[in-house]
Design a binder for this molecule. Sequence first.
Ligand code: SF4
Length: 456
Amino acid sequence: MKKVKEHAEAAADFIKDGPRTDWHDDTLWFVREKRDLAAHTLPEWEQLREWASQIKNHTLSNLDEYLKNFEINAQSNGVKIHWAANAAEHNKIVHKIIQDNNIQKIVKSKSMLTEECHLNEYLIQNGISVIDTDLGERIVQLRKEPPSHIVLPAIHLKKQDVSETFHRHLQTEKGNNDPQYLTEAARQHLRNHFVESELAITGVNFAVSETGGFVVCTNEGNADMGANTAKIHIACMGIEKIIPKAEHLSVFLRLLARSATGQPITTYSSHFNKPRPNQQMHIVIVDNGRSRQLGRADFRNSLKCIRCAACFNTCPVYRRSGGHSYHTAVAGPIGSILNPNLDMKANADLPFASTLCGSCSNVCPVKIDIHEQLWKWRQVIADEGYVTTSKKVGMQGMALVFANPKLYRILGSIGRKTMKLFPFLVNNKLNPWYKQRDMPEPPKESFRDWYKKQQK
Ligand code: SF4
């Protein structure tokens, strides 16, 4: 099995291309600024965040009831509900629907849950191909790459990269980087797949318990095109996508698009309630570790996430390390909280991919205490023994020094002298901390000594 690089190692690869790193950083910061402008147009923004947080908290505390009601209401609308305990069950359910109906042509709009479950890979292994219809997702699919961002899947690519990809796979003119031309080429290419598709898979942004209906938000209308042309629609959702009432959509839809891209509303917010005549509609409701997270008191709030990616766009680490360095379907700050729950050992590096500056928590539309949960995960991961020996020994040494004032003073005094006289002892190639940083000038005296002098 291919070894997955840890975040720091993968990030080091990403930043080797300095101009691209700067461009990635600037592009996402531009999106963050658009989010700020959009948020500031609403005087009630903070009130909306508070409502969203409370609705989600309430829903998570009564999740079983809301899910059962959703199932009853959806079934009475003629929708077939399936329950999947994990990714494997989810994939098998989707596969069985495909087999039972002898389906050959499938289109799929963006769904991070299907990425999390590795549905495409599973179906390919079983001889079934799926066409991703979100433009960004289609670009990365043609390149055989995973998405690097949950809202902007191809944000790591420049138009020149897209042009090359389309030239290779869609036979567009070599070197034509015009976005209008490239988008039109993608449109024509996808249009054929929509027309021929027999089954459409979509995600779910919000599932309304009181109606049994659900809402899918896209900017390209590709979920609607797929769901309205195919004879079977499968919608895949995590258990946390439930909201109690349709009126709550007025809170979440206003927050989602503004937080994600700075738009007042997503271009298409499509409401699905029941199958069209002669159409089948299935909803696969997936747990895949979510109830375990719900049981972790410190981390249950992460299930409030509405996948807007505002925390990605503001995170200085995400912006300068790229989504692929997180080696998981959901990257960024929220991914670093969700993924250790799925596999603590494999994702033990992720909660450390943060400065803990708190910018993520500040922008989160549902008020998740993201940076605090990252800090708490670090403690859990250290207690479970998943940090490297060097980090563990280093932290233990630091704890010993900080807990012992006398030792702290002695070492401080030694440090000030040695750093001044022999800076290469700490500032050398073996110490990665100094690779991109300058050594600060060591102070002449400690604060304690200075303070004592002032008292005289
Ligand atoms: S954690 Fe908050 S900011 Fe991040 S994607 Fe989820 S809802 Fe958006």
